[in-house]
Design a protein around this ligand. Structure first.
Ligand code: GTP
Ligand code: MG
Length: 173
């Protein structure tokens, strides 16, 4: 018999970096090139098996990245056990990567100190148009003690893996 533990996870990041796309790839194995911008926030769940005795249920808040929704974010990250902070590798670092760093700082100030934070460079399928070097994400994550991955919601590369990596860091006793 496997035991299920529930955890709250929040996605944060600039609009259009692919937060909803990553979640929908993870939860429904779907992708659309024409996804509409999230209004407010969306709630989804997905359960993964860590091993034969342990399952992790993610209760996921996919927040809206547009500036007008920024003040809502604390409602979603305040009680979160994990956060996925997303940027777009095809944008220059001054844009969505900088925004990701500001979310990290906000979580370090306001979120539960035990929160597991993962930084994700999305749109890895477009690496030919890369504007933010992988090393920049890796180095920042290392300095701040964050998990780090690049992924593609479009191809699916790295998506399941990033959630599994978070699952392995969560306390399940
Ligand atoms: P907000 O809800 O406004 O905060 O945006 P979001 O971060 O949820 O972005 P969303 O998932 O809506 O994706 C924005 C656009 O990027 C859509 O047109 C997606 O099809 C596209 N997109 C998302 N992920 C990828 C990816 O991995 N590769 C490529 N090529 N396109 C992607
Ligand atoms: Mg969205």
């Amino acid at each position: 018999m496997s035991r299920t533990t529930s955890f709250k996870l929040v996605l944060l990041g600039e609009s259009a970096v692919g937060k909803s796309s990553l979640v929908l790839r993870f939860v429904r194995n779907e992708f659309s090139d024409f996804r509409e911008s999230t209004i407010g926030a969306a709630f989804l769940t997905q359960t993964v098996n860590l091993d034969e005795n342990t399952a992790i249920k993610f209760e996921i808040w996919d927040t809206a990245g547009q500036e007008r929704y920024k003040s809502l974010a604390p409602i979603y990250f305040r009680n979160s056990n994990a956060a996925v902070i997303v940027y777009d590798i095809t944008q220059p670092p001054e844009t969505s990567f900088e925004k990701a760093k500001s979310w990290v700082r906000e979580l370090q100030r306001q979120a539960d100190p035990s929160i597991v934070i993962m930084l994700v460079g999305n749109k890895a399928d477009l690496a030919a148009n890369r504007k933010t070097p992988k090393e920049m994400g890796e180095q920042y994550a290392q300095e701040e003690g964050l998990l780090f991955a690049e992924a593609s919601a479009k191809s699916g590369t790295g998506v399941e893996e990033l959630f599994m990596e978070i699952a392995r860091k969560l306390p399940t006793n």
